[in-house]
Structure formats: C-alpha cells, structure tokens
Design a binder for this molecule. Structure first.
Ligand code: MLC
Ligand code: AMP
Length: 501
C-alpha cells in the first residue's frame, strides 16, 4: 500500500465518515426527541476525546445504555478513541455482567445515569465506572484523536455456543463496513428511508442490520427501548416509516395485537403500512402461518433472511423477485457459501442436506481470547455455521435445523442449554439437570429443564432472577429421580423432551 493509502486507512471509520455528510438531517429519534447527524458526530467526538484523556486505547470498553441517541454516541465515541465497543443488555443480571467484565478484561465501563442502580455494586471493584454525562463536557476536546485502521477491532458481540459460556465475537471496522455495504446494496437502503428499531442493542440484528445500516445511509432511525405492539402499530399507521425489521416473535405478537383491534383501528394501521417499502424477518425460522397471516394483515410479503453473529447476514430472499416462504434465498453480496457433508466434502447436488460454511469479508476475526475455539470454528478459511441447509435446483437455500440440540432459539435469542445447566447446577439442591428446547408458537422455542434434586419450582423462580436474564430463564420444569442416559452415561436430550409431553 502506498503512503496515501496507508494514511487513508488510518483515518477511516466508514460509518462515521459517511454519516458526516448528512449534517443537520435527522439521524435518530428517541424518547428525548430528534437528534441530527451533526449532533451525533459532535457528541461522539467529545466522548472520544474524554476516553482518550483517560489513556485508554485499543481496548474493549463496556457500555450499558437504553436504545437511543446516547447509545450510538457512546458507541461511535469508543470507535473514534481507537477502542472496541462491547454493548451490554439492560436485562443482564449481575452474574452476567460479572462474567463479561472478567471475560473482556475491560478497564472502562460507561453507563447511562438512569441505569446506575444496576451497576452500583461495582463501585469498589477495579473496573472504572463512568457516567455518560462525565464524558460529554467539551473541556476535553483539545487533545488529538488517534488514527484508527480498518483492521482495528470495532465491535464485540457476545454469543452463546455449544461449549457453555458465551464467547465474544470480534469484528473489525472493515468487516462491519462490509456487512453494512452488503445489506445496503441488497435491500437498497436510501436516505429517504425511515425505520423503527424495537430490538435489543446487544445483537447484530438491532445493532448492524437496523442501526448501522440506517445511519450509514443517512436514513431516519427511530429507537424504542422496548417492544410494545401498540406503539409499533401507531408508528406504522402514521405512514412515515418505510422499513421494519424484526424477529418472527415480534411479527407473531403484532398479529395478535391486530386481532384485538376494531375495524377503524385496523384500517388506519393497514393504510399506513401501504407506504412502507420493505419488512424483513430473521434471527429465527419464520413459521409459515406467520408469513401467511402477516401478508393478510399488512399486505406485505415478508422478506426472510438468515444470519449469525459471527458472519453478519449471509442469505436473503430477494428484494425484487420471488420471496419464497420457508426459504432464506441466496447469498448476499460479498458472501461466499458452500454446503458440506459430514466429511467436510462439498455437496454440489441440489436438495441434499449438509452444513452451511461461509467465507468472505463479512466474517468475524476471532473469538475474544479463545484461540482454540476460533481455530475449531473454521475449516480452510471457511466458517462452519453448525446450521443444516439444502439448496433447491433454482438456487434458494432452506434452513433445515442445527447440528447441535444444545443451541436454543427463543424469541430470536440464541441460548446455550449448557450455559443454563451450568448456572442451575450451582444451586445446592440441584444435583443434575438437563435443559432442552420445546417448540412454541409464540417464541419459536421455549426453554425446559428436567431436574434431579429437592429444590421447589417456586424457589427456583426467585433464585434465577439475579442469575439469568429473563429471556434465558426456563419456562417448563419437570422433577425426576434420574435423567435418561445411554450406556455411556450421556444424557439423552430427545428423551428428556418426551418428559414434557
Ligand atoms: C420473555 N418471556 C418469555 C421469553 N422472553 N417467555 C418465554 N420465552 C421467552 N424467550 C416472557 C416474560 O417473562 C414476560 O412474562 C413476557 O414473556 C413478556 O416479556 P418481555 O420481555 O416484555 O417480552 P417482549 O418485550 O414482548 O419480548 C419479545 C421480543 C424479545 C421478541 C421483543 O424477545 C426480543 O427483543 N427478541 C429479539 C432478540 C434478538 O434481537 N435476537 C437477534 C440475535 S442476532 P410475564 O409473565 O412477566 O408477562 C441473530 C443473528 C440474526 O440472531 O440472524 O439476526
Ligand atoms: P446468533 O448466534 O444469535 O447470531 O444466532 C444465529 C442463528 O440464528 C443461526 O445460526 C441460525 O440457527 C438462526 N437463524 C438466523 N436466521 C434464521 C432464519 N431465517 N431461519 C432459521 N434460523 C435462523
């Protein structure tokens, strides 16, 4: 690379740079009002200067915010200061926050004042806690910001796996930018777009697909920190939104809400949805009845796509052309895929099931501090998704399931059965347990647990509250004398599922 290329490379955070051209246009609308692109850039720079003045650079920084302007300003401030953004969820318990502090080794934790009570217990620990307000005083702005390279770490999102504890998935600025460019091209994001985000801000669906894509393209981003069906209906009825993206559970709950409305309310909502140009579903399989019913309710054919924290989005039904129900379409721009058999050999025939492998500039760098797990996740540079797929003769991919039964998808959240078992086993009156997924109309899957022990279900509910975020808590319980095992002593998860019938 020549010196000019090197210089450009060291100064660029594509999303921040690109957004600066939108000036006084509205970037974000949240519960505090409207915020322009210029205000976002200004605030992010002030935060970056304040972080730099603390001498922190090239490190993971944790931040805990509701979805809104401050969340994004802090995220961009972390990037501009040359650090890696690690978002936390407001529903995380102490147990989960402690794990992330330890696993990241972060020395800085930025939080919004309204969430102070959640992290006050960390006051006397070694991690430095900083309230957002402390970072937004212009006094810091005289020092110079560091150069940031496209290869530098941008974002770390925690995801569950088959190995128990969550792993930090690290992506660089270049990988983030490629993920944004891929979706911008495929779904034709425009400056005139306006999207409502109701998803949590610690996973790629809310963070990359919605927030980053909207702000890269100069669109208006409405941020809601909770999903309220009535609010979504109201915003869609306004006729101002052009896009909506969510997990299947959200569409299911919107349909339930629609069924409760009177004729006039239904009509208003439906009229507003006519001016929307695209609605996307992903993060979990979209049930066919939801696809069909949503078409009747909204007049829209949902575009289903497939992705994963480690790879961003990989497959998508077309924006123009047939959106096939039960299918996730074709590889997205910059994404290469192949289907392999149990021996790792590529399957070239159609309609034959195999594991999906993915390669390209959208694929993550590595798991944080987990070189063995990173190496095991790849084969010859291809990321092994663990998802079983097949391709039709006209090129549409279909997700058939997962290789591991220890991965649960509930409400679009990925949950590791082993991680839940590990937490439950710390209870002194649980000697053994087995966590499984049960099919569920609303949530896709719900978490169920078979327990050997003397603990009462009523006590467990209380006990779990400060250990597992609400969406990770088991919903079905069965108490047994022994768990079903094979001759080798391995728990038979399929038989555990039968215990709930
Ligand atoms: C909550 N509840 C559950 C539950 N979660 N019950 C069963 N299973 C679950 N998973 C219960 C609560 O205890 C509560 O019960 C009631 O349901 C309402 O809870 P809530 O928290 O208010 O729910 P709601 O706000 O409606 O949340 C639904 C949701 C949320 C779908 C909006 O789950 C969500 O935001 N999911 C999105 C996750 C996501 O972004 N995944 C993307 C990962 S990235 P009670 O009794 O108190 O009423 C990825 C890659 C890709 O997957 O491809 O995108
Ligand atoms: P996560 O690790 O939270 O990013 O979840 C990624 C997983 O969600 C994938 O490996 C799939 O198992 C699942 N997933 C995402 N989108 C879809 C989809 N459209 N259909 C079926 N499964 C999906």
């Amino acid at each position: 690379m020549d010196w000019l290329g090197l210089l450009c490379n060291r100064l660029m955070i594509p999303i921040v740079q690109n957004s600066s051209k939108f000036g006084d246009a509205i970037a974000i609308i949240d519960s505090d009002g409207s915020h322009s692109y210029a205000a976002l850039n200004r605030q992010a720079r002030e935060i970056a200067h304040a972080i730099c003045s603390r001498g922190v650079t090239g490190q993971p920084i944790l931040y805990l915010f509701h979805s809104g302007f401050s969340y994004v300003a802090v995220q961009w401030g972390i990037w501009l200061s040359g650090n890696m953004a690690v978002p936390l969820h407001t529903a995380y318990t102490r147990h989960e926050i402690d794990y992330l502090i330890k696993d990241t080794g972060a020395s800085l934790f930025i939080y919004h004042q309204s969430l102070k009570s959640q992290i006050e217990y960390l006051q006397n620990q070694s991690i430095q806690l900083i309230e957002e307000e402390e970072l937004t005083t212009p006094a810091h702005s005289s020092n110079k910001l560091p150069g940031v390279s496209l290869k530098d770490n941008a974002l770390m999102i925690y995801t569950s796996g088959t190995t128990g504890n969550p792993k930090g998935v690290v992506i660089s600025h270049e990988q983030l930018d490629t993920q944004i460019l891929s979706l911008s091209e495929a779904w034709e994001w425009k400056r005139s777009d306006r999207i409502l985000n109701v998803l949590p801000m610690h996973h790629v669906h809310g963070v990359v697909n919605i927030t980053c894509c909207a702000l890269y393209n100069g669109a208006v981003l409405e941020m809601q920190s909770r999903f309220e069906p009535a609010y979504v209906a109201e915003r869609m009825a306004s006729g101002e939104l052009t896009l909506f993206m969510a997990v299947p559970t959200v569409y299911h709950k919107l349909i339930q809400h629609f069924e409760k409305l009177n004729r006039e309310e239904r009509h208003q909502w439906q009229k507003g949805m006519k001016s929307m140009r695209l609605m996307v579903s992903g993060s979990a399989a979209l049930p066919i009845p939801t696809f069909d019913r949503w078409k009747v309710v909204s007049g829209h054919t949902l575009l289903e796509r497939y992705g994963m924290t480690e790879i961003g989005m990989a497959l998508s039904n077309p924006l123009h052309g047939e959106r096939r129900v039960g299918s996730v379409g074709f590889p997205l721009p910059f994404v290469e895929v192949k289907i392999v058999d149990d021996n790792g050999e590529e399957i070239s025939e159609t309609d034959i099931a195999g594991e999906l492998y993915v390669r390209g500039k959208t694929v993550f760098k590595h798991y944080w501090n987990k070189s063995e797990e990173t190496a095991a996740a790849f084969a010859d540079g291809w990321f092994k998704t663990g998802d079983v797929v097949e391709k039709s003769n006209d090129g549409y991919f279909k997700i058939l399931g997962r290789k591991s039964s220890d991965i649960i998808k509930s409400g679009g959240y990925k949950i590791s059965a082993l991680a839940i078992e590990n937490v439950l086993l710390t209870h002194e009156r649980i000697s053994e347990c087995a966590v499984v997924a049960l099919p569920d109309v609303v949530w896709g899957e719900t978490i169920a647990v078979a327990i050997v022990g003397t603990v009462l279900q009523s006590e467990l509910h209380e006990w779990m509250k400060d250990k597992l975020a609400v969406y990770k808590q088991p919903r079905h319980f069965v108490f047994v004398k022994h768990l079903p095992r094979n001759a080798m002593g391995k728990i038979l998860k399929q038989e555990v599922k039968e215990l709930f019938k």
